[in-house]
Each structure stands twice: as structure tokens, then as C-alpha cells.
Write a protein that binds this ligand. Structure first.
Ligand code: PMP
Length: 399
């Protein structure tokens, strides 16, 4: 007898609900990862429908290494010599010399005893937090979704403290401590560079507070890896006070994957206990090889990136725009969500691609355009971007 289930999944309704609350997203086809690329006006478009070239100011490939021929050549060689995929979990037969070599390089980069790669930064966060299985996680209010998901999956009690506020962390810890709970394992976790605000966590102050209570500190350097020498933890000499340094190979290093660096015991434990490592195929060898090459090339690209960041920030401020943060990510504050969308549309008309970031991603009244200059934008590209914002201002009354 066939049984009928009358409910099923009404996905059309769910999609309509998302649309109503502004959460419906579309794919945006693009024909290359270069600073200048063609995008399709129609999200469902095929390459044949690609329009004119636009300048992309929305990529996390900050150093332009995803399109670097030397990195590509290294990836091709690894694909030929080792394989396009690892073929198995690292714990079975997927542990190649390409992985080992990259992990040694990452450990050096992070001033750590050892490093371990994951198939993405997302998998690294979820796998690491669940494997540590803390009793309590103290999490910055603006931490990335993969940290939030790891915390949820870990079953820990989550205490969210105000963004970048070490005093708020201290207060939460003091409150929890005065509840008389003293035998819990505590983990403080924070992004280093925050992707929507372009600001940096007060890592040293967070370490001061954590150390008072014997808590561990984990820092997600996804947006800092490659851009800052060794990451922000290292730049500030905090590598011996941060037990878990996490990063991604997918942004400034232009490849794909994630990693954790720390002491020998941490890494040995994670390769046994992090389920997203144990039960997932090892990082693809071309991505591992490309990342190692990118790490070697990154320092030479940094000056070009910072020159572009400064020119763009100064130029936008001279036009009257308020630019948040103090890193290579430039959030241009608009305020009202509809005005942010209108501004994004106007700069797109002028050939610049940068997204409007709206609630619920950011709080109401703080909608913004998130601009990410790259090392490979030319002076002319930066000028064109500034002209687009200037024209948008005269057309739409912004800022
Ligand atoms: N952490 C942070 C802070 C991120 O911004 C991201 C990516 N947006 C990730 C982790 C996930 O990294 P990946 O893209 O390599 O999965």
C-alpha cells in the first residue's frame, strides 16, 4: 500500500517568505576572477549572455592571486603529478606530500608548532569548535556564520558579547563565574578582521580577560591571512596567547580550503576528532599547492593592495562618504536599506560591481556598500570607482 504524506516541503512558500523578508538571493554569473570581468545582467544567464566588462570591487581575492599565472601553473602541475582530487580522507589514503608541505609552510607562517588543512574555512570552524566541545563559548556578536554554526553544533552554552568589546566579555565572564560555576571549559572565539565592518578585534585585551579565567582563545583570521604578515595574531606577537589560529586559503591566497595552526597536541587531537576533517576528502592537491605558492608570493603584493585601499578610502571621504573600519575592507555607510540598494544600482550602471549589505546581515539603519579593492586594480580602476560614486551622489542625493 502506498502511503501519502500530505505535507511534504512547500519550498515555493518558503522562497516567497524569504523574498518578503529580503532574504532571497540570486547567483551572479561572472566570466573570470580578474579585477575586470564580465557579469551577466540576468542571474540565470549563460556565458553567451555576458555583457560588458565591469570592475569588480566585491571579491575576497584581495591580492589578485586567484588569477596569477604562476599560482595557476603550480596548481596545474599538482593536478598532473598528484591528482585533481585527494581521493580519500587524509586518514585513509588522501595524505599527500603536497598537504604536508603546505601545512609545514602554514605552521611557519603562523609561528605555530603545526597546522592542519580542511576543505574550507567553514569546515575548519565547524570541525574545530565541535571537536573542542567547550562547556561555554564566548562569541563576538558579529562573528562569522561558520563560528555560529560550530557553536550551535557543539551544544555549548553560547554567551554572545558586544562586538569588539573586551569589557563586555569580562563582564559576561564575571557574571558566569559568580554563578559559582568554576569547573567549565571556556572558549573565547572571534574573527580578527570583521568582514562587514572592516574593523579588527582587540585580541590582546581579549587574551587578558581570557587568561584571568583560564579560557582558551580562538581567532579566525579568514580575512587577514595573506594580507597581514602571518595574520594579525602574529603581527601583534600574540601567537603564544592564542591557542587556536584559524584561517582560510580561499580569500587572499586565491585558492580553496581552510586551516588551523596551534601546538602539536591541538593538531594531533583535531586530526582525530574534528569530524569535518575525519569524514571528508582531503583538500584537493591543486588547491594545496596553489596556496603554498600564493603564500610565497603574497608579501610582494601587499604594498599594491594598501596603496589602492588608501586611495579609495581617501577619495571616498573627500567626496563626503563615511567609510567604516580601518582595514583593507571598505564599508561605505549609507544608512537606509533602499538607498543602499539604489546606490549599488547606480554604481553598477557606471560599471562597478559592489554589493549593498542590508539587514538582517547588518543592523537596521546601517546599510552599506562593501568595497574590497584588490592589489591588481590599476590607478585607472580606482579613479573609475571614485567617479562612479561621485556620479551616483549627484544623481541620487547620497550621502
Ligand atoms: N570565517 C570567516 C570570518 C569568513 O568570512 C569566511 C568566509 N566568508 C569563512 C570563515 C569561511 O571560509 P571559506 O570560504 O574558506 O569556507
Amino acid at each position: 500500500m502506498q502511503r501519502h504524506h500530505s505535507l511534504g516541503f512547500d519550498l515555493e512558500t518558503r522562497l516567497r517568505e524569504r523574498e518578503r523578508s529580503g532574504l532571497r538571493r540570486d547567483l551572479v554569473p561572472i566570466d573570470s576572477v580578474d579585477a575586470r570581468a564580465r557579469t551577466a545582467a540576468d542571474p540565470k544567464g549563460e556565458p553567451a549572455n555576458f555583457g560588458a566588462e565591469r570592475l569588480i570591487f566585491a571579491s575576497n581575492d584581495y591580492l589578485g592571486l586567484a588569477g596569477d599565472p604562476r599560482v595557476a601553473e603550480t596548481a596545474v602541475r599538482a593536478a598532473r603529478d598528484v591528482g585533481t582530487g585527494a581521493g580519500a580522507s587524509r586518514l585513509v589514503v588522501g595524505d599527500t606530500s603536497t598537504h604536508r608541505s603546505l601545512e609545514r609552510r602554514l605552521a611557519t607562517e603562523k609561528n605555530a608548532e603545526r597546522a592542519l588543512t580542511f576543505s574550507s574555512g567553514y569546515a575548519a570552524n565547524v570541525g574545530t569548535i565541535t571537536a573542542l566541545a567547550p562547556d561555554v563559548i564566548f562569541s563576538d556578536a558579529l562573528n562569522h556564520a561558520s563560528i555560529i554554526d560550530g557553536a550551535r553544533l557543539s551544544d555549548a552554552t553560547v554567551e554572545v558579547y558586544d562586538h569588539c568589546d573586551a569589557d563586555a566579555l569580562a563582564q559576561r565572564m564575571a557574571e558566569r563565574f559568580s554563578d559559582g560555576v568554576t569547573d567549565e571549559s571556556w572558549l573565547v572565539v572571534t574573527d580578527s578582521v570583521f568582514s562587514m565592518d572592516g574593523d579588527v578585534a582587540p585580541i590582546e585585551a581579549l587574551c587578558d580577560v581570557a587568561e584571568e579565567y583560564g579560557a582558551w582563545v580562538m581567532v579566525d583570521e579568514a580575512h587577514a591571512t595573506g594580507v597581514y604578515d602571518g595574520g594579525i595574531v602574529n603581527e601583534r606577537g600574540l601567537e603564544n596567547r592564542v591557542q587556536v589560529q584559524l584561517g582560510t586559503l580561499s580569500k587572499a591566497l586565491g585558492a580553496q580550503g581552510g586551516f588551523v595552526a596551534g601546538d602539536e597536541t591541538l593538531i594531533e587531537y583535531l586530526l582525530n576528532a574534528a569530524r569535518s576533517f575525519v569524514f571528508s576528502t582531503g583538500l584537493a592537491p591543486p588547491a594545496a599547492a596553489a596556496s603554498e605558492r600564493a603564500l610565497a608570493l603574497a608579501p610582494d603584493r601587499r604594498d599594491a593592495l594598501w596603496t589602492n585601499v588608501e586611495r579609495l578610502r581617501t577619495g571616498l571621504e573627500a567626496l563626503g562618504y563615511e567609510v567604516l573600519g580601518d582595514t583593507h575592507i571598505l564599508p561605505v555607510l549609507v544608512g537606509n536599506r533602499d538607498e543602499a540598494v539604489a546606490l549599488a544600482d547606480r554604481i553598477t550602471e557606471a560599471g562597478i560591481v559592489a554589493p549593498a549589505i542590508r539587514p538582517p546581515t547588518v543592523p537596521e539603519g546601517t546599510s552599506r556598500i562593501r568595497l574590497t579593492p584588490k592589489a591588481t586594480h590599476t590607478d585607472t580602476h580606482i579613479e573609475q570607482c571614485l567617479t562612479a560614486f561621485e556620479t551616483a551622489m549627484t544623481k541620487g542625493g547620497c550621502p
